[in-house]
Write a protein that binds this ligand. Sequence first.
Ligand SMILES: *[C@@H]1O[C@H](CO)[C@@H](O)[C@H](O)[C@H]1NC(C)=O
Ligand SMILES: *[C@@H]1O[C@H](CO)[C@@H](O)[C@H](O)[C@H]1NC(C)=O
Ligand SMILES: *[C@@H]1O[C@H](CO)[C@@H](O)[C@H](O)[C@H]1NC(C)=O
Length: 537
Amino acid sequence: MSNKKNEEVKKHARKRVFCDYVKSFLLKIFLFTRYYVDILIDRVFGYFNDSKRVPIKKCTNPIILESATALARKIRKREYTSEQVVQAFVDRIKEVNPILNALVDSRYEAALEEARKIDEGINNGTISYADFRKKPFLGVPFTTKESSAVKGLSFTLGIVKRKGRKALFDADHIALMKQAGAICLGVTNVPQLNLWQETHNPIYGITSNPYNNTRNVGGSSGGEASLLAAGGTPISLGTDIGGSIRIPAFMCGVFGHKPTSHLISTKGIGFRNGDEETTMVNIGPLTKYSEDLSSILKVLVGDNDAQLKLDKSIDIKNINIFYISNPRDCFVSVFRENVKNIWLRVVNYFREISSTEPEELHLEGTKYSGKLWKYWMSQESGVDFMKDITDRTGKAHPVIDTIKYFTVGNDYTLSTIFNFINKLLPCPKDEWAKEETEKLKNQLIGKLGTNGVLLYPSAPFTASYHHASYLRPWNFNFFVLWNVLKFPVTQVPLGLSDGLPVGIQVVAAPYQDHLCIAVAKELEKAFGGYVPPFETS
Ligand SMILES: *[C@@H]1O[C@H](CO)[C@@H](O)[C@H](O)[C@H]1NC(C)=O
Ligand SMILES: *[C@@H]1O[C@H](CO)[C@@H](O)[C@H](O)[C@H]1NC(C)=O
Ligand SMILES: *[C@@H]1O[C@H](CO)[C@@H](O)[C@H](O)[C@H]1NC(C)=O
């Protein structure tokens, strides 16, 4: 009897081993094929577009290469006037924007006027040292995405029904930036309703990458990243619900930080009024230099500053380093050689300087990133994609509007059609998604604690040609996990590979933003950080 049972168990085990073998074999074939399909896609797109490259002009004014922190200091010390600084960026925007199509609405004259007032106040002594302390960015210009309300500037979110619409108020975070003394120059392009990994809409067209204008800038803060990298703005503010700060920061080779959740008011981001119970969306800075991350973040979190330890001094040697080299997500393209081993360079660096050995983690849950994000998107409060896309004048019909798009045409972009189709696909089960999220969160908080960071890949390859993302729509999955878990994360540039930016994500447990930023600073020193996409003289 027991013998027979034993036989049965053995047979079963053999069958399972065989099934696993077949599965892994098929997966290997799939990944192998996809690797070459991806290369083919790039060849075809390149054939049509490489010859269309127009490089951006070289930089003749050193002001545009200074950090925001340095500019603020130099204005305070009267080495530069605010007017000089604002004028330098206005001139630069005029030089690069015809190629990039990043900035979509401006207020140059008003900005220069504000700058002259500040200079006068500094000169006649009415602006005191105390004023500078309250206004850390006094006289320094900034830009933000068109989907964040800036009073008097375009506020269409790329929705054709809103064409010509101007914001009637300042979003809360914009008001904070202005209180900090910064001067708004204008707003930049976004994908329709901020929901795509490329920056393109029927009102303002497509935004190009400053490193190669045949390339994608990422989305949704794509106008911001493009303008920042080209030297058109020293302070850039983005929002991030599924990588929208970090995708463009990665593709344009700049820093981008998505902070710990629920510390910054979301009022004035698109349709949001700031009182949603739960949201994955967050606001954060994009910067050319790591030294600007903390000081801008401090302005954005305002009174919640005390919850973060942004001024804590840190010995980089004592931070525990963890890494995940491959999240094993089958929806994402296979790593290309030039980004495959980036984590290895970074890990080796920390192996040399750290007091403890970096540790590789394998978490089962990382492969479900996209599924979990889809679930949590369905739980977002304060927004309703189907209504918002019609400017809340009605409700879109995913099937009918998709058919119309491909036949008679309508005002939507293909990205919106992809979002419609995604809505039609089944949503992961409530219980499963919550459990899996909790599990991942606890595993990671357990490891990272208050003194650890996780190095995580950003993307399988550098910026693709325009529109290629429609053929590999899930390649943003490495970014969305950190929205699902609401962890702070910094996108860190690590120089260029074949002329395009590469980089890595640095993640910490909630409220440990200072650790991400400390590691970002160290990596900038070791690997060069931002490399201008133009000649400097
Ligand atoms: C090639 O570039 C043009 C713009 O110059 C763009 O309209 C077109 O979509 C691009 N094609 C591909 C395949 O990227
Ligand atoms: C950038 O564009 C040029 C065409 O001028 C092309 O030869 C080059 O390969 C492109 N670089 C990358 C990395 O795509
Ligand atoms: C100093 O300049 C500011 C800004 O233009 C102006 O409002 C103020 O009246 C001036 N004060 C004096 C004493 O000139």
